[in-house]
Design a protein around this ligand. Structure first.
Ligand code: SF4
Length: 227
């Protein structure tokens, strides 16, 4: 009854998600997985439960943002990076603390992951570094919230221009592969890399093998498998 309707809402929303530009969250990620997203390769479906968990994370973040508004420190919220060719992204907030500007990015997680967190996660650092780059703000804060207990942990991140340049160069290389129809190399530590464990393209990736291959011939192969 109602459960089925809600589940269908989440499944339909997921199906409509086709990608045409890089998101900031693609920075530092497996180039092959990003390639497959752009080519709209069939992927393992996320269950409605997982999609609802993402929504729950958004609510937790809204709650923190409301607190920051009450404190009067928010200068902008949900702010898009300045328009440019390659990448789009939206930072959670820009705040002022002790007369200094900070980009703030909120992350929520379950208790088990939160308790083990001793440093900011590399993929989150990549993301906030690009916000710092595009907003030209030298400092950021990654604020992690435990969804089960509401505990917070924070890490101050300083702008690292070399890291940003590498991230942008890597994205430019993936763009060239997408436009040139070449499926990028598999990650060298496949399948142990954490990205492989959560990857929605695991099966397709396995059949592509480890090396770069032409997209058109591989596409025909996977289309035949789907029939
Ligand atoms: S399984 Fe690993 S190497 Fe293959 S696309 Fe996914 S993340 Fe990349």
């Amino acid at each position: 009854m109602l459960k089925e309707i809600i589940d269908k809402f989440y499944s339909d929303r997921e199906r409509d998600r086709e990608q045409h530009r890089f998101y900031i969250t693609d920075a530092g990620k497996c180039g092959r997985a990003v390639f497959f997203k752009f080519k709209n390769v069939p992927r393992e479906k996320m269950t409605p439960e997982v999609l609802r968990m993402f929504d729950h994370g958004d609510y937790v973040q809204m709650q923190i943002l409301n607190t920051l508004f009450s404190l009067g420190v928010v200068r902008a919220s949900e702010i898009n990076i300045p328009p440019q060719e390659m990448i789009s992204g939206r930072a959670d907030a820009i705040i002022t603390l002790n007369n200094e500007l900070y980009v703030v990015d909120f992350k929520s997680m379950n208790s088990m992951i939160f308790q083990k967190l001793e440093a900011a996660k590399e993929e989150n650092i990549n993301q906030i570094q690009l916000y710092l780059h595009f907003f030209k703000i030298p400092k950021g804060i990654l604020l992690y919230m435990n969804k089960n207990t509401s505990q917070l942990k924070e890490f101050v991140i300083n702008y690292d221009p070399l890291r940003c340049q590498k991230l942008l160069n890597d994205l430019a290389q993936i763009k060239a592969k997408i436009e040139g129809d070449i499926v990028p190399l598999r990650l060298p530590d496949y399948p142990d890399n954490w990205q492989c464990r959560y990857c929605q393209f695991k099966d397709i990736c396995r059949s592509a093998g480890e090396k770069e291959i032409g997209w058109e011939s591989f596409k025909s192969k996977i289309q035949k498998l789907e029939i």
